[in-house]
Design a binder for this molecule. Structure first.
Ligand code: ADQ
Length: 461
């Protein structure tokens, strides 16, 4: 039995992995947080994902199983529109992913964001005991630590940002940017995925806010308080994911893909349908490859799995339409009666099935325009046969690129670069594939999600 203080996790959504490995964007993270919570008899607080009927906004639904208590609240349609679809996903998400052109600045959604953070604080504060360690997650809840402090909480409170932190020159285009950063400095520890995002944050603190920054230790001192800002690169749940490879579901999925592609080489992409993932740019790169190497069209098949996400946000409807059009255009021009070059699938699969697909695909294409980390890149590496591994083509703008320099790194904005990377991957000799994979697998195995949780909580405690 652990003697550590109880852990309280607060995130936008609460994911209780009832069936571990089930499809869904939380994947290994939910499992890892659940394990940390389980060993400390913890509490996980957040939004249920449901819309509240009128009059239920103060209700907390509490359930305990396996030693972990989940406490969820519903949000009103207005809250969902302003806080979630609005400020979080139409202002912060695009801005933090360097998409100033898509970022909307609306006073009302900003107010909704603050109102919901206030509500999170109101409803979670009474559940937090004086000795608890509190860990807040992601861009939806940046002001929450400060809101909890204003209610007298003296606990250790940490925050982890799963997405990039933008360069100062971009970040200052956010109205009230200073107010947002000031609230971050009420946390004891603020974690980022990479040194690059951390550096951008420290740069802002020093140059815009006038805080005292010690780059060596990551200590940021401002108005008498000190916050520790550090990089904690997230990983996958290695043990769990690699065991999935031995399941019938994974083997069947691998067989299914192999038998349907026969002698053709399969390339795969797996992403939430999000403009940050560089999907239209990826299709353009593949189009360029087909243009330049028409004799190889018959030898290749590209499979893109992309379940829609955030469908209430307009920019997500637009990216979906754009992608359909681009895939349709290439398939229209290059298909034969017995052959389609791009298979575009709008649904999610379980992690076991993804394991099988990854293993069957000789090339993994992970080309986000900007990504906090990107766990798909790590899952693709983990799923390869070490004796005959596939090649990972990875965007240099994914956080994961800093940890996986042995991938074939590309500029995802350049179709020529993607074309060139595909040719490099197709022609790469076995010995080189093995030596690159060996180095990548060591990183993916050792810097796993359990390590990430332990590192963050060690600094926080
Ligand atoms: P996401 O933007 O969702 O996460 P990513 O890390 O690539 O991005 O994926 C998370 C998980 O979703 C992976 O486990 C993946 O297998 C799963 N997934 C993706 N597409 C799927 C599909 N079609 N079917 C089933 N499962 C699918 C955010 C940040 C990332 C950061 C993570 C974790 O944007 O940069 O790596 O949080 O911190």
């Amino acid at each position: 039995m652990s003697t550590d203080p109880r852990l309280v996790v607060i995130s936008n959504r609460v994911a209780v992995p009832k069936a571990r490995g089930a499809a869904g964007a939380q994947g290994g993270l939910a499992g890892a947080l659940h394990a940390a919570l389980k060993s400390r008899k913890g509490l996980w607080f957040g939004w249920s994902g449901q819309e509240s009927g009128s009059g239920r906004t103060g209700h907390i639904d509490t359930q305990t199983s396996d030693g972990v208590t989940t406490a969820t609240i519903d949000l009103s349609q207005r809250d969902i529109d302003e806080y979630y679809n609005g400020y979080a996903n139409s202002t912060l998400w695009p801005l933090f992913h360097y998409r100033l052109d898509l970022a909307e600045y609306e006073r009302e959604t900003g107010k909704g964001y603050e109102r919901v953070n206030e509500r999170f604080a109101d409803l979670s504060a009474p559940l937090i005991e004086p000795e608890d360690v509190v860990w807040v997650h992601d861009y939806h809840l940046i002001p929450l630590g400060e809101r909890l402090r204003s209610r007298g909480l003296k606990n250790r409170i940490g925050f982890f940002l799963h997405i990039p932190w933008p360069a100062t020159r971009l970040f200052v285009s956010l109205p009230y940017h200073e107010r947002l950063v000031r609230t971050l400095l009420y946390y004891d520890v603020v974690g980022f995925q990479t040194e690059e995002w951390l550096d951008s944050f420290l740069h802002y603190c020093e140059n815009e806010l006038g805080a005292q920054v010690d780059k060596g230790s990551g200590a940021v001192t401002f108005e008498g308080r000190t916050t520790l800002a550090r990089a904690y690169p997230i990983g996958i749940d290695w043990d769990h994911f690699s065991r999935l490879g031995e399941t019938g579901d994974a083997r069947q999925a691998q067989q299914r893909l192999l038998s349907s592609t026969r002698r053709r080489t399969a390339m795969i992409g797996v992403d939430r349908l999000d403009y940050s993932k560089g999907l239209p740019e990826r299709i353009d790169g593949i189009g360029r490859f087909f243009e330049r190497n028409p004799e190889r069209v018959r030898d290749l098949v590209f499979i893109q799995i992309a379940p829609p996400s955030r469908e209430d946000v307009e920019s997500y409807q637009a990216i979906r339409a754009e992608l359909e059009q681009k895939c349709g255009q290439i398939n229209g021009a290059r298909s034969e009666v017995d052959m389609v070059p791009i298979r575009y699938v709008n649904r999610g699969y379980s992690h076991a099935e993804l394991f099988g697909f990854f293993r069957a695909a000789k090339i993994g294409l992970v080309t986000p325009l900007r990504d906090g980390m990107n766990l798909v890149a790590k899952e693709y590496v983990a799923a390869q046969d070490p004796e005959d591994p596939g090649v990972l083509i990875l965007s240099r703008f994914a956080g994961a690129a800093a940890q996986l320099p042995d991938a074939v790194l590309v500029n995802p904005h350049s179709p020529d670069d993607i074309d060139h990377a595909i040719r490099t991957a197709l022609d790469m000799p076995l010995a080189e594939r093995k030596s690159r994979h060996e180095k990548m697998i060591a990183t993916v195995r050792d810097d796993n999600v359990q390590q990430w949780t332990a590192n963050f909580l060690r600094d926080l405690s």
